[in-house]
Design a binder for this molecule. Structure first.
Ligand SMILES: [Zn+2]
Ligand SMILES: [Zn+2]
Length: 156
């Protein structure tokens, strides 16, 4: 009987990360309506949980992370970083995407969340199969602090 109740709880709609209030810090359990912080599992490293995502200019996508970090991505750089099977050879890992064929003014036309782990971006050049896991997105953060940390860790 207890097991059945647990199963029902687990089946509840999972909250999209985009529904969380911007800048929401891991709150005390029960401090806010709904399950958010309390239901974060151990695998949800705040460094890889976006709390807000916004177009911050024609060429910039801004992401705020649960650990308070803010990333500002050049949207074309994100497009070029696409790791889908069309852009990266699945077997060899060789880039299949020619940067010269990506328009200078490429921009996201639609951004959707994929489960609790990634976003999918549809681009103005018609490409829409690219999925950016949060972990990878965070690793792509172009700010000097993250670049320094990435080079200290070696290539991603
Ligand atoms: Zn791609
Ligand atoms: Zn950063």
């Amino acid at each position: 009987m207890l097991a059945r109740v647990r199963a029902r709880i687990a089946r509840r709609r999972r909250e999209s990360v985009f529904d969380r209030p911007a800048g929401g810090r891991p709150a005390r359990a029960g401090a806010t309506r709904g399950p958010p912080a309390a239901s974060l599992r151990a695998m949800d490293d705040p460094a890889t949980v976006p709390t807000a995502l916004a177009q911050a200019g024609p060429r910039t996508l801004a992401v705020t992370w649960a650990d308070g970090h803010q990333s500002a991505y050049d949207v074309r750089a994100l497009r070029l970083a696409c790791a889908c099977a069309h852009c990266i050879d699945e077997w060899t890992g060789a880039p299949q995407l020619e940067p010269a064929r990506v328009p200078e003014d490429v921009r996201p036309v639609r951004i959707q969340s994929v489960g609790r782990y990634a976003i999918q971006i549809a681009w103005s050049d018609g490409h829409e199969s690219g999925i950016y896991p949060f972990r990878r997105l965070r690793a792509l953060c172009p700010c000097p602090a993250c670049r320094a940390a990435a080079s200290a860790d070696g290539p991603a």
